[in-house]
Design a protein around this ligand. Structure first.
Ligand code: AMP
Length: 508
């Protein structure tokens, strides 16, 4: 039965007594790792960590390529009572220095190709147990694992003990380490498993990175709790996903997965056996939702979550999956929309800051009690920083980050509203609207637009298309046409980067 209070026990539940069932299927070679093999290695990893001096609560930091062995390290850390701390593979040595200094892990695992550069960084941060893990499952960590035997029993942990720390992407200021408890992670993954009807007949196409909530806790934990299999791909590859679909049942992706897959003429045929397409981590355009339905006959199920909370809302499995919304509060999660200054609850349909409460919510930011107090209320409500509205039926629509709200001449402009109108214009593929400093207005609206291939688009044609469709104060003071919007690895448009690039675009 499910154990909501210990993550390692929760994720074993699906494979109890099913040691020969496949867990990871290598998307390139089709080689299978069974649950039995995976658990045996995860137990050896746990024993190796303990042999290295790991004690309950100690952190294990890792920056490594996506590989089954990294999942063994994750599960091994949790079995050993440690705290798993995965780091984005794009981080530079300077950034790694900050994380190691901040989290003071007991063990740091990195790619063999990086070890010369990162060892001094780790030593500087007083981390002396430095091991390597390569994309092919090689490295000193594997030697340590293989020196151990199986049979390691999970170290008991309480529901409030930490199982992981994930650093937020830190679009403003320093990255913060979100402390995630056993209960938060176990309960949320179980909820998702039930809500999305995952079972041991499911085969998930896993093409997300595993240093982020989406690929690690949503995709991996849900598969393990269900006892299903995952076709494990190193990264997004449209060809590989299309080829995997006939032997899969589900895909979890960021919106760019879906826009790119739509360009493949094989999609209709390939997707016939699929049961579920989940999207999240960034807004899915209503247009992508509609095109996907047309081409595959499936309504993409969009959900919403964040590093600090795992998943908060989801469109329903059976009911209406509404494009442009992130669905309903998940069982066990409460949501409300509040007035930003006072925190007073706003009536339905009004835009404000979304707050969430539930077992899924994190325990605070590592080593940052003041930041924690600013965002996590004493009664458990977490101020997400996302602007949202909730309709009469409880469907939540995310309008953007509160930091992206534009205040121009004293008026509030929600970028998403302007983006939706621009995206509707002929010849527009997508757009991002930002505020840049302006002498008179404080901030001015600037639209950055990507044209559909072959479309002739310029500032004048966009502005004339918007005339009469948006109040004057919402209309961009400037439109820039670009090849592509800057995005991070999770498909999020980096508005902070854009604000820097276009800060002087109005010539002020
Ligand atoms: P992260 O902590 O990297 O997972 O980023 C969390 C943020 O991504 C949220 O606070 C939202 O701003 C955004 N986000 C996640 N899912 C969605 C979604 N389905 N629609 C719109 N924004 C989303």
């Amino acid at each position: 039965m499910y154990d909501q209070n210990h993550l390692a026990r929760a994720i074993t539940s699906g494979s109890d007594g099913r040691h020969d069932a496949p867990f990871l299927i290598n998307g390139q070679t089709e080689a299978e790792t069974t649950y039995g093999q995976f658990w045996a290695n995860a137990e050896r990893m746990a024993a190796a960590l303990v042999a290295l001096g790991l004690r309950p609560g100690y952190r294990v930091a890792v920056q490594a390529q996506k590989a089954p062995e990294m999942l063994e390290l994750y599960v091994g850390t949790v079995l050993a009572g440690g705290v798993f701390l995965p780091l984005n593979t794009a981080y530079t040595a300077d950034e790694i220095a900050y994380f190691l200094d901040d989290a003071s892990p007991h063990v740091f695992v990195c790619d063999p190709a990086q070890v010369d550069g990162l060892s001094p960084v780790a030593q500087q941060a007083n981390v002396t147990r430095i091991l390597t893990l390569g994309a092919g499952g090689d490295g000193a960590l594997i030697d340590q694992r293989d020196a151990q035997s199986t049979g390691f029993k999970a170290i008991p942990r309480g529901p409030r003990d930490l199982a992981a720390i994930l650093y937020t992407s830190g679009t403003t200021g320093r990255s913060k380490g979100a402390m995630l408890t056993h209960r938060a992670l176990a309960s949320n993954s179980m909820t998702l498993c039930d809500y999305w009807r995952f079972s041991n007949r499911d085969v998930l196409i896993h093409a997300l990175p595993i240093y982020h909530t989406h690929g690690l806790f949503v995709a991996t934990n849900v598969t393990m709790i269900a006892g299903g299999a995952a076709i494990f791909l190193p990264s997004f590859d449209a060809d590989a996903i299309i080829e995997a679909m006939p032997s899969a049942t589900a895909l979890m992706g960021v919106p760019t997965f879906y826009t790119r897959l739509l360009k493949d003429p094989r999609l209709t045929e390939a997707s016939r056996n699929m049961r579920l397409f989940v999207s999240g981590s960034a807004p899915l355009l209503a247009e992508t939702h509609a095109q996907w339905s047309e081409v595959t006959g499936h309504a993409i199920l969009e959900r919403y979550g964040m590093t600090e909370t795992n998943m908060n809302t989801s469109n329903p499995y059976d009911g209406a999956r509404r494009a442009g919304t992130v669905g309903l509060a998940l069982p066990g999660v409460e949501v409300k929309v509040c007035e930003p200054e006072t925190g007073a609850v706003l009536p339905e349909g009004q835009i404000g800051v979304l707050e969430v409460r539930g077992d899924n919510v994190f325990a605070g930011y590592w080593g940052m009690p003041d930041k924690t107090a600013e965002e996590l209320r004493p009664d458990g409500w977490f101020i997400t920083g996302d602007l949202a509205m909730i309709d009469a039926e409880g469907y939540v629509t995310i309008v953007g980050r509160s930091k992206d709200l534009i205040i121009t001449g004293g008026f509030n402009v929600y970028p998403k509203e302007v983006e939706a109108v621009i995206d509707d214009l002929p010849g527009v593929e997508e757009s991002a609207v930002i505020g840049v400093p302006h002498d008179d207005f404080g901030e001015a609206v600037v639209a950055v637009v990507v044209a559909e291939s072959g479309a002739a688009l310029d500032e004048a044609s966009v502005l004339s298309g918007l005339a009469g469709r948006l109040a004057k104060f919402k209309q961009p003071k400037c439109v820039v046409v670009v090849e592509a919007l800057p995005r991070n690895t999770m498909g999020k448009v980096q508005k902070n980067v854009m604000r820097q690039i276009y800060a002087g675009v109005l010539g002020k």
